[in-house]
Structure formats: C-alpha cells, structure tokens
Design a protein around this ligand. Sequence first.
Ligand code: DGP
Length: 125
Amino acid sequence: MGYTYDPQNIFAKIVRGEIPNDSVLETDHSLAFNDVHPQAPVHMLVIPKGPYVNWDHFVAEATPEEVLDFTRAIHGAVEAKGLEPGADGQGYRLIMNAGTAGVQEVPHLHVHILSGKVMGRMVCA
Ligand code: DGP
C-alpha cells in the first residue's frame, strides 16, 4: 500500500523547527512534547522525526533503528514525567489515532501519553 505524506503538516513543521514546541525529550529519531490542547493534567505526544503518516505506514517502512528509537522514546517520555506504574499507582494511557474511524487530525504518526488523573475505562465519544 502506498502512503502519501504531507510535508506541510504541523508536526513536520515542528520536526523542522519551523514552529516551537514544549519539548519533553528528543532522541536521534523521535521527539516528545506537550500537547497544545491537553485532555488530561499530563498530555504528551511522541512522534518519529521521519515522514510517516500513521502507525501502519511506520510499521511498513520505518527502519529497525527508528522503530526501536520510537518505542524507547515513548518510555523515555513516561520516565521523564515519573509516570511508570508502581506502588504509587500513577500509570498512564497510550492512544494512537489512525484514519477516519480513529479521528486522526494531524497526518504525522503520534502517540498520545495521558496521565495525572484516572481517566475511566476507555475514551469513546
Ligand atoms: P489526533 O486527533 O490524534 O491527530 O491529535 C492531534 C493532537 O495534536 C491534538 O491533541 C492537538 C495536538 N496539536 C495540534 N497542533 C499542535 C501544535 O501545533 N502543537 C502541539 N504541541 N500540539 C498540537
């Protein structure tokens, strides 16, 4: 399947440094920053720096190094905010929206990390 990436999407501009972001963590291939419209007390986004539309595109075409880096960057952002589930019961939720049913607004792969409150069993409007 072919994927068409729009290099003018807002996260592409963040990766290129054309618009600012509130960074949490940066690695060779990934970037984590706070969401501009937080849906919870903690709401970060983690993106690969590479031009991938969604998770499906990433899995199909990213290099093993990018996949490993992205996976660890997600955990790195969790650690940076001290969200690891443990005795204090903190924890977090990961959400990755894709396509129309998933209501993905920005066409650059991103995972949401939500925490800071108990969010109920699922997010489903
Ligand atoms: P989604 O529906 O999964 O595509 O969510 C896109 C998220 O991106 C949404 O929670 C708001 C966030 N967002 C949109 N534009 C910007 C921006 O310019 N900066 C930051 N930090 N977040 C943004």
